[in-house]
Design a binder for this molecule. Structure first.
Ligand code: DHB
Length: 390
C-alpha cells in the first residue's frame, strides 16, 4: 500500500485527521488494532469545547452533535454545601456541548466510510520502520493477510499506550510525568438528571462529579483510591458515597440502578517533541491529562487541526514552515490544558492525608474563584476552550 500519510489509530484523532486530509485532496490509510465495535463501546468523557464542535460541523463530519448533544452554558462548583454557578455565556460568551466521545467516534467512522476512506480495524502485528526516512508500517489485516504501508509521513494517533511513541529513541525525547494520589470511580446509572448542568463538588469526603448522558442514563464519578476494586462496591455503598459528597442544603441526587462501574486512571504525561523524523504524534499518544475538566479529546482534536494545517501547507502550498512548527504549536495548548486539568484536580480533590491548613486553604482558593468575576472568567475560558493555535 502506498499513501501520502499513514495513520496509526482510528480513534477520534486519527479519523479526524484522515477526514480533513481527504477534503484537502491528500491520501491517507488508517490502521487500528481494536475493532470498530470495541471502540464504540468504550465509555469515555462527554464534554466538547465549542472549537471541537465547530470543527465537527464545519468540516462536514456531522451536525448530529447540534441535534443530539446538549449545549451547556455553565457548570456548578459545589463546596461547603453550597452551589456556585459559573456562567460561561455571560463570562466569556461561549458554551460547551455534552456529547459523548463514543458518538464523536461513530460520526467520524461513518463519515470516513461514506467518503470511501481507507480505514482498517482489527489489524494485528503492527510495527513501524524507517521513521527518519520514508516510513513503513507492517501489519496483518483482519483476514490474516500481511501488508506494508509506505508513506511520506506517519502519524501516531494510537492512544495512551502508543506503539509509535516507544519507537522514538530515548536520546531524542523527553517525558514529563505527574502522578496523583487518587483515581475516579465512574458509574453509569439509570436515573433522571439531578441537575440541568454538571456539578463539580468538593467535600471533606472527597470530590464528586455529576454529569449526564441522556434523559434516563446519568454519568457520575467520585474520587477514590487508585487501587479501589469495583467488585467491592454494590449500589447502596456507591450511592451512600455520592450522598456524603453532594447532598445537603436542599439538594438531593436522583438515584437508580448502577449499570456500569469502572476505575479511571489519573496522571499527567507529556512526550516532547511531538515529532521525530517523519513521525508525528497526536492526541493521547503524546499526552495524558487527568480527567477533571474533560480536556483529553479536545486536546487530541486540536493537535490534529494543527497537524492538518502543516500537512496541507506542505502538500498544497509547497511550504514546510507549519509542519516544522507543529510540535511547538501543539504543545502550547497541551501545557495550558495540563495546567488547567492539574488546577481543577488539586482545587477540587481532597488528599486522604490533607491537614487542616490544606483543607482551609483549598476552601479559600474555591472562594477566591467564585467570588471574583476574573476568577470565574479564567475557569470559563479554559473550560470552554482557548482560541486555536496561531
Ligand atoms: C465528563 C467527564 C469529565 O472528566 C468532565 O470533566 C466532565 C464530564 C463526562 O464523562 O461526562
Amino acid at each position: 500500500i502506498s499513501t501520502q500519510v499513514a495513520i496509526m489509530g482510528a480513534g477520534p484523532a486519527g479519523l479526524m485527521l484522515s477526514h480533513l486530509l481527504a477534503k484537502a485532496g491528500i491520501d491517507s490509510t488508517v490502521i487500528e488494532v481494536r475493532s470498530h465495535q470495541e471502540i464504540s463501546e468504550t465509555v469515555r468523557a462527554g464534554i466538547l469545547e465549542h472549537g471541537t464542535v465547530n470543527l465537527l460541523v464545519d468540516s462536514g463530519v456531522s451536525d448530529r452533535v447540534l441535534r443530539k448533544g446538549d449545549r451547556h452554558d455553565g457548570i456548578e462548583l459545589r463546596f461547603n454545601g453550597e452551589s456556585h454557578r459559573i456562567d460561561f455565556k455571560d463570562l466569556v460568551g461561549e458554551s460547551v456541548w455534552l456529547y459523548p466521545q463514543t458518538d464523536v467516534f461513530t460520526d467520524l467512522a461513518a463519515r470516513r466510510k461514506a467518503d470511501g476512506g481507507d480505514v482498517r480495524y482489527s489489524v494485528t502485528d503492527t510495527s513501524v520502520h524507517d521513521l527518519e526516512g520514508r516510513p513503513k508500517v507492517w501489519f496483518t489485516d483482519a483476514d490474516g493477510v500481511e501488508s506494508e504501508i509506505q508513506s511520506d509521513f506517519l502519524v501516531g494517533a494510537d492512544g495512551s499506550r502508543s506503539h509509535c511513541r516507544f519507537q522514538i529513541p530515548e536520546a531524542h525525547r523527553k517525558w514529563y510525568f505527574h502522578e496523583y494520589p487518587f483515581a475516579w470511580f465512574g458509574i453509569l446509572a439509570e436515573a433522571p438528571r439531578s441537575s440541568d448542568e454538571l456539578i463539580y463538588a468538593n467535600s471533606a469526603n472527597g470530590f464528586a462529579l455529576i454529569s449526564q448522558r441522556t434523559e434516563t442514563v446519568q454519568r457520575m464519578y467520585f474520587q477514590c483510591d487508585p487501587r479501589e476494586n469495583v467488585a467491592e462496591w454494590d449500589d447502596d455503598r456507591i450511592w451512600a458515597e455520592f450522598r456524603s459528597r453532594v447532598n445537603g442544603n436542599g439538594f438531593e441526587l436522583k438515584e437508580g440502578p448502577v449499570i456500569e462501574k469502572m476505575v479511571l486512571p489519573f496522571r499527567s504525561f507529556v512526550h516532547t517533541p511531538m515529532r521525530h523524523g517523519n513521525l508525528f504524534l497526536a492526541g493521547d499518544a503524546a499526552h495524558t491529562v487527568p480527567p477533571t475538566g474533560a480536556k483529553g479529546l479536545n486536546l487530541a482534536i486540536h493537535d490534529v487541526k494543527v497537524l492538518f494545517e502543516g500537512l496541507d501547507s506542505h502538500y498544497n502550498a509547497g511550504s514546510g514552515r507549519l509542519l516544522e512548527t507543529y510540535s511547538d504549536r501543539a504543545l502550547e495548548r497541551v501545557w495550558k490544558a495540563q495546567q488547567f486539568s492539574y488546577w481543577m484536580t488539586t482545587m477540587l480533590h481532597t488528599p486522604a492525608d490533607a491537614d487542616d491548613f490544606s483543607r482551609a486553604r483549598q476552601l479559600g482558593e474555591l472562594n477566591s474563584v467564585v467570588s471574583s468575576r476574573h476568577g470565574m472568567a479564567y475557569l470559563a475560558e479554559a473550560y470552554t476552550g482557548w482560541p486555536g493555535a496561531r
